[in-house]
Design a binder for this molecule. Structure first.
Ligand code: NAP
Length: 470
C-alpha cells in the first residue's frame, strides 16, 4: 500500500506536520537527509501510525501514490535546492512538489520555472504557527500552480487551523504569491512584537511595574480589542518564574534579539516596491540595534539622557498606553496589507486581501480579533489605500491618536525608545497631510542635480538656475 502524502525534512516543523496529516486519516511517507533523525522519529512519535519511513530518496518516491504530493520542510535557501536536485530525476510528469519552508520569493519564482520545464507542479507555501501550529493546525498560505493546490486542498483544509470563517488555508495566486503573503505576515509579526516590547519597556522602566503587574495589563488588553496570540503569550511569559531561581524568567534573558530574514526581506521588498512599511522596518532595525549589546553598554556610560521614570499617574498612563498600542498594531496590519496590495499589482499575483485576513484569523502568530473587522473592510473595499480610512479604524484613529501622541511624547522626554509607536504615528500623520514639505526636496534636487520639478500653478516640468537666482 502506497502513502497519500510525502514529507522530506523531519526537524520540528516536518515531524509535527507529518503527525497532523496522519491524524486526519492520510498515510505519510517520510525522509530526512540524516537517517538517524528518521529512525528516531519512527521509533518514538510515529509509533503505531500510518507513517512509512524511507532511507533513500528512491525508496521515498517509490512509496508514494501518483501523482506524488511531496512537502519539503528543510532549512530555507541552498538546502531546498539540494533536495530538489536529488528529487527531480526520480519524479514523473504531473507530480507535485511543495516547499513549505520560509523561502525567499525570488527563489520560489526560479524554482517554479525549473519545475515547469521538467513537467512537475510546484507550490511555494508559507506555514505559520510554529511547532504547535504545525501539529494542531497552522495557517497555510499557498501559491504556485493552481492544479497543484487542487491536489492537496483536501489535505491542507483538514490540517489547517479552523477560524471563524473556515479553515485557515488559501491559494493566493501564481508564482511566489503564497511565500510573499507569509513573508509580509512575518513583517507584521515583527512590528506587533516591537510595539508590545515598547509598552513593556515603558511600564517597566517608566512606571516601575513588576512583570506580574505588566502581565495583568497585557492580559486585560488580550481580553479586549487587542485580543490575539502575541498579547496572550506576552501575559504568560511575564507571569513565568524561572524554576531555578524563582525570578521572572523574562528578566534573566539577554536583551538581544535575532532577525532571521523574513522581516528584513519584507522591508527590502517594500523598498523595491516603493511602499511604506516604516513600523515593520523600525522593528527590524530595533532588533539589529539590540544585537549591539557591548556597544550599547559602552554608550550607556558616556551618552547622557533623562531619568526614565515617567513620574505620571500609573493608571492614566496605562489607560493611554492602550490607545498608543492599539493604533500601532492597526498600523502594522495597515502597512503590511498595503504592501500586499502593491506587490500584487506589481507582481501580478491577483491577491484577495480579505483572504489574507481570513487565513490569519487562527493558527498563525499574528492572529487577532482585529482581523474580523479588517476582513470586513477589505471585502467591502478591496482597493482601500489604508485601513485607517474605513470604519471602525477611522474612529479608532480619531479616538486614540491623542493617546499615541501623548505616550510617545512622554517616552521621548524620558529617553525610552519607542520606534514602532513613533513610526506608526508619523506614518499616519504623513499620510493625512495634504501638503508635505517634499516641495523643498524637489527644489533641493533641482538645485544640486538639475533633476527638474513640477509646479502647483501650471503644468509641465521646470528647471531653475538656482545659483543665478541666488
Ligand atoms: N521552526 C518554526 O517555528 C518555523 C515556523 C514556520 C516556518 N518554518 C520554516 O520551516 C522550515 C523547516 O523549519 P524547522 O525549524 O523544522 O527546521 P530547520 O532547522 O530550518 O531545518 C532542519 C531540517 O533541514 C534539513 N536540511 C538542512 N540542510 C539540508 C540539506 N542540505 N539537504 C537536505 N536537508 C537539509 C535537516 O536535515 P538533517 O536532519 O539531515 O540535518 C532538517 O531536516 C524552514 O524553512 C523554516 O524557516 C519554521
Amino acid at each position: 500500500m502506497k502513502a497519500d502524502f510525502g514529507v522530506i525534512g523531519l526537524a520540528v516543523m516536518g515531524q509535527n506536520l507529518v503527525l497532523n496529516v496522519e491524524d486526519k486519516g492520510f498515510s505519510v511517507a517520510v525522509f530526512n537527509r540524516t537517517a538517524e533523525r528518521t529512525k528516531e522519529f519512527v521509533e518514538n512519535r510515529a509509533q503505531g501510525k500510518k507513517i512509512v519511513p524511507a532511507y533513500s530518496l528512491e525508496e521515498f518516491v517509490e512509496a508514494l501514490t501518483r501523482p506524488r504530493k511531496i512537502l519539503i520542510m528543510v532549512k530555507a535557501g541552498a538546502p531546498v535546492d539540494a533536495v530538489l536536485e536529488g528529487l527531480y530525476p526520480l519524479l514523473e510528469r504531473g507530480d507535485l512538489v511543495i516547499d513549505g519552508g520560509n523561502s525567499h520569493h525570488d527563489d520560489t519564482e526560479r524554482r517554479i520555472k525549473e519545475a515547469e520545464e521538467r513537467g512537475f507542479l510546484y507550490l511555494g507555501v508559507g506555514i505559520s504557527g510554529g511547532e504547535y501550529g504545525a501539529l494542531r493546525g497552522p495557517s497555510i498560505m499557498a501559491g504556485g500552480h493552481r492544479e497543484g493546490y487542487e491536489l492537496v486542498q483536501g489535505i491542507f483544509e483538514a490540517i489547517a487551523a479552523k477560524g471563524p470563517d473556515g479553515p485557515c488555508c488559501a491559494y493566493f495566486g501564481p508564482g511566489s504569491a503564497g511565500h510573499y503573503v507569509k513573508m509580509v505576515h512575518n513583517g507584521i509579526e515583527y512590528a506587533i512584537m516591537e510595539t508590545i516590547v515598547e509598552a513593556y519597556d515603558l511600564m517597566k522602566r517608566g512606571l516601575g511595574m513588576s512583570p506580574d503587574e505588566m502581565a495583568g495589563v497585557f492580559g486585560d488588553w488580550n481580553r479586549r480589542e487587542l485580543g490575539g496570540y502575541l498579547f496572550e503569550i506576552t501575559e504568560r511569559i511575564l507571569h513565568y518564574k524561572d524554576p531555578e531561581t524563582g525570578e521572572p524568567l523574562v528578566e534573566l534573558i539577554l536583551d538581544t534579539a535575532k532577525q532571521k530574514g523574513t522581516g528584513k526581506w519584507s522591508t527590502q521588498s517594500a523598498l523595491d516596491l516603493g511602499t511604506p512599511v516604516p513600523t515593520i522596518a523600525m522593528a527590524v532595525f530595533a532588533r539589529i540595534i539590540s544585537a549591539f549589546k557591548e556597544e550599547r553598554v559602552v554608550a550607556s556610560k558616556v551618552l547622557p539622557g533623562p531619568d526614565p521614570a515617567l513620574g505620571t499617574d500609573r493608571e492614566e498612563f496605562v489607560r493611554r498606553l492602550f490607545g498608543a498600542v492599539y493604533l500601532s498594531v492597526i498600523a502594522a496590519y495597515a502597512q503590511g496589507l498595503r504592501q500586499l496590495r502593491d506587490a500584487s499589482s506589481e507582481r501580478c499575483y491577483g491577491l484577495d486581501l480579505s483572504e489574507a485576513a481570513r487565513v490569519w484569523m487562527a493558527g498563525c502568530i499574528i492572529r487577532s480579533v482585529l482581523l474580523v473587522p479588517i476582513r470586513k473592510v477589505l471585502l467591502d473595499n478591496p482597493e482601500l489605500p489604508l485601513l485607517f480610512l474605513a470604519e471602525p479604524f477611522k474612529s479608532a484613529w480619531a479616538e486614540y491618536h491623542g493617546d499615541l501622541r501623548w505616550v510617545t511624547a512622554r517616552a521621548h522626554e524620558h529617553g525610552i525608545p519607542t520606534p514602532a509607536m513613533d513610526s506608526a504615528l508619523t506614518f499616519v500623520d504623513a499620510f493625512r497631510t495634504e501638503r508635505l514639505p517634499a516641495n523643498l526636496i524637489q527644489a533641493q534636487r533641482d538645485f544640486f542635480g538639475a533633476h527638474t520639478y513640477q509646479r502647483i500653478d501650471k503644468e509641465g516640468t521646470f528647471h531653475t538656475d538656482w545659483e543665478a537666482v541666488a
